[in-house]
Design a protein around this ligand. Sequence first.
Ligand SMILES: C[S@@+](CC[C@H](N)C(=O)[O-])C[C@H]1O[C@@H](n2cnc3c(N)ncnc32)[C@H](O)[C@@H]1O
Length: 362
Amino acid sequence: MIARIEAEGGISFRDFMAMALYEPHHGYYTSEREKMGRDGDYLTSPEVSPLFGAMVGRQLREMWQLLGNPDPFTVVECGAGNGTLARDILSWAHRAAPELHGVTRYVIVELSEKLRSRQAARLQAEGLGERVTWDAPIPKGVTGCILSNELLDAMPVHRVSVEGGQLHVVFVTWDGSQFREELREPADAVVDYFERLGRPPGEGCKAEVNLAAVEWTRGAAEALAEGFVVTFDYGYEAEELYAPWRTDGTLLGFYGHNPTTNYYARIGRQDLTSHVDFTSVRRAGEQGGMRTLGLVSQAEFLTNLGIHEALEAEADLEERMARRRSVMELTDVGGLGRIKVLVQAKGMSSDGLIGLHQAELR
Ligand SMILES: C[S@@+](CC[C@H](N)C(=O)[O-])C[C@H]1O[C@@H](n2cnc3c(N)ncnc32)[C@H](O)[C@@H]1O
């Protein structure tokens, strides 16, 4: 990395983050290190409990029915981590919705080769491998659902700052002993981004620009023939993300469950993540021909799908207590429950998805 920075006279923070996370062999996501889960650096919803996958499974079953029970029903999961959500959706369907399981074609799109092997080994070991294939990019003509959990917040971002009314972008340089940050002229794509939004960050504010998230959403919309895109991620609408009181942006490093704003520590061994601008992401989907059905919190989504009632089904007291703790964790509005769920659809007339609206029948 240092050689490249020296050769190029500095690289954008976006390029620095792309290398830190995805550089083959040395990047955070391409290395062996345990990332998601209690033994890793941060906790994601699938790693908390199989109940998360079961609730997503319920939502997928309704989507399948709304689409007229297509065979195959394709579920594309992008950025599948340890493969836990894939395992939990498929094993829920096997148990609770065998008619859906029988027609489901589960496709994983995963950037990291290490994680692809881990996912394959895990799904094979649990006897779920035959339903799953790996592909990249998202295959065209999907009838079904394109799903992701904390994919967009793991994409490399530009960092910008506004000083004296001018928008600048952060570049990373090397002074021979440490990394330095320099403010430079932003590329047109970054300027256009805020022009489209009609609001730059406030004076004196730092913020992130995730062009890759917008591009990914556009690609998902294009790949979808008919069905849904469901995006779980930390983030806000632009008005809140780029509010003048948010002076330092949202980018954080994570190592052993501890957050840090030292982005240059433990390069390749600590995660870097930032919140998603759901206004730009939503609009990218709409420009790609999708309709937005809703943007709700994970707490609302899982509650609407009946996660609290799922507790009652378990007879064993110890298991019930463990499940109760998991449900609290998944719906905690100070933690995972504040993750947003964006649901967009193409070619569908129905607005009434269970996850977005309280339903009487579950
Ligand atoms: C924060 S982790 C989330 C993993 C998993 N979804 C979970 O909830 O535990 C981000 C995942 O997205 C993958 N990833 C990042 N960018 C990607 C891209 N452009 N295409 C596919 N996978 C990507 C990473 O390798 C990793 O598996």
